[in-house]
Design a protein around this ligand. Structure first.
Ligand code: GDP
Ligand code: MG
Length: 193
């Protein structure tokens, strides 16, 4: 996919703010700091359109990006950050549930996990949530640059097994640093568009 344009559309907190275009949409879910924003930036060849940060738990909005006027990426606020109040956690849950269960344009969820480590309890919960709502999930195992290539398949197997992934759900080994997996990711997304 040749990306010729990419822009932020809106940072939304409620459905009235979601863009109305009937174009395919893909949402990025994952732990805070796992590499969701870096995934978007790498996919669209932009250094910092999606805000990346080493301070987790900051973004509490759904950030919609439009690519080539033909699809949306939605950067979803991360989970698993300890220093979040009960109230904030509840607000997050409500926003996530509202978005993922009512969005017609949504073609698949991209669950971003860290290839180096087994998925967390929260990752498993997120995966199960998507399956419960019959949403296709693509698991993107990122930060691959941080472990030797010879170990990727072994780690990927742990990822699939820990999430107890359905056979039909795909995984991609990715790196927001090197761009590993980028073409494969675009190839998969095209299948859903
Ligand atoms: N080495 C490496 N670092 C990454 C990768 N993806 C993200 N990071 C770093 O991890 C931190 C969090 O990334 P970010 O994209 O902001 O995570 P988000 O909170 O999920 O959006 C940043 O310091 C990134 O530079 C990757 O694939 N490889
Ligand atoms: Mg982010």
């Amino acid at each position: 996919m040749k990306v010729t344009s990419a822009d932020i559309v809106i940072s939304a907190v409620k459905p009235e703010q979601y863009p109305n275009e009937p174009i395919p949409e893909f949402a990025l879910a994952g732990r805070s700091n796992v590499g969701k924003s870096s995934f978007i930036n790498k996919m669209i060849n932009r250094k910092n359109l999606a805000r990346t940060s080493s301070k987790p738990g900051k973004t509490q909005t759904l950030n919609f990006y439009i690519i080539n006027d033909m699809l949306h990426f939605v950067d979803v606020p991360g989970y698993g950050y300890a220093k979040v109040s009960k109230t904030e956690r509840a607000a997050w849950g409500k926003m996530i549930e509202t978005y993922f269960t009512n969005r017609e344009q949504l073609k698949a969820a991209l669950l971003i996990v860290d290839l180096r480590h087994p998925p967390t309890k929260d990752d498993i919960m997120m995966y199960d949530f998507f399956k419960h709502y019959d949403l296709p999930v693509i698991v993107v195992a990122t930060k691959a640059d941080k472990i030797p290539k010879g170990k990727w398949q072994k780690h990927l197997k742990v990822t699939r097994e820990t999430l107890d992934m359905a056979k039909e759900d795909e995984t991609i080994v990715f790196s927001g640093e090197t761009g590993q997996g980028k073409d494969e990711a675009w190839g998969l997304l095209k299948k859903y568009m």
